[in-house]
Ligand binder design. Structure first.
Ligand SMILES: C[S@@+](CC[C@H](N)C(=O)[O-])C[C@H]1O[C@@H](n2cnc3c(N)ncnc32)[C@H](O)[C@@H]1O
Length: 203
């Protein structure tokens, strides 16, 4: 796709998100994955890591409905109004310790899905950004591994690198299926890729 067409597509997604009441265009990445791979069902419990400004949380909440639960975690709690079955927490996922309690509190019976759109502040230095992104993906995996129910899914973002590939392959052995995704709504210059791991296997 030509650069001009691609940036028009970017604008299109941002405008569409605003007009549909979502705070960020990233909602269309999750919607695309959900349409293709049927991630959500009514009543599910979902953990959304790196949830601000809240588009994925809002989308997941609409899909799981009032019998479900979405726990959104970010460095600061996103503004805006969310349904009652959304719980928002301010947690630095790279600092262990304070995170121990909330996982147990909300997911005693396990999570059906763990989402991670976590992203570092980019520096423009490719290797530094890749390493920081991988560090966040590993933090997300440590929660997914602890909280997922058998059969659950883990959808996460990471910047492409050989080390990220190695990590994806390591996590993959705990699931039935790996699907690599590059959504339409990703910006062209973005290094991000998504991995969807489905069918968590109990150890
Ligand atoms: C791309 S945004 C997420 C967008 C979100 N999925 C949405 O649809 O609105 C990435 C988020 O990761 C969060 N993040 C980065 N490092 C974090 C950390 N150590 N702990 C918690 N959140 C973090 C950022 O604050 C940012 O809000």
């Amino acid at each position: 796709m030509a650069i001009k067409d691609r940036s028009r597509l970017d604008d299109h997604y941002s405008q569409k998100a605003r007009s549909q009441g979502y705070p960020a265009r990233s909602v269309y990445k999750l919607a695309e994955f959900d349409e293709k791979y049927s991630l959500f069902r009514s009543g599910q419990k979902v953990l959304d890591l790196g949830c601000a400004p809240g588009s994925w949380t809002m989308y997941a909440a609409e899909k799981v409905g009032p019998k479900g639960l979405v726990v959104g975690v970010d460095l600061a709690i996103p503004q805006g109004s969310f349904p009652e079955w959304v719980k928002l927490l301010a947690v630095d996922l790279l600092s262990v310790g304070d995170a121990e309690t909330w996982g147990a509190e909300f997911f005693q019976l396990g999570a059906d899905g763990v989402l991670s759109d976590l992203a570092p502040k980019t520096t423009g230095r490719r290797e530094v950004d890749q390493a920081r992104s991988l560090e966040l993906a590993l933090a997300a995996w440590s929660w997914a591994e602890r909280l997922l129910k058998p059969g659950g899914f883990f959808l996460f973002k990471v910047f492409q690198s050989p080390a990220a590939d190695e990590f994806i392959q390591r996590a993959r052995v705990r699931f039935q299926k790996l699907i690599r995704l590059k959504p339409q709504a990703s910006r062209k210059q973005s290094q991000e890729i998504f991995a969807l791991l489905k069918g968590f296997k109990a150890e």
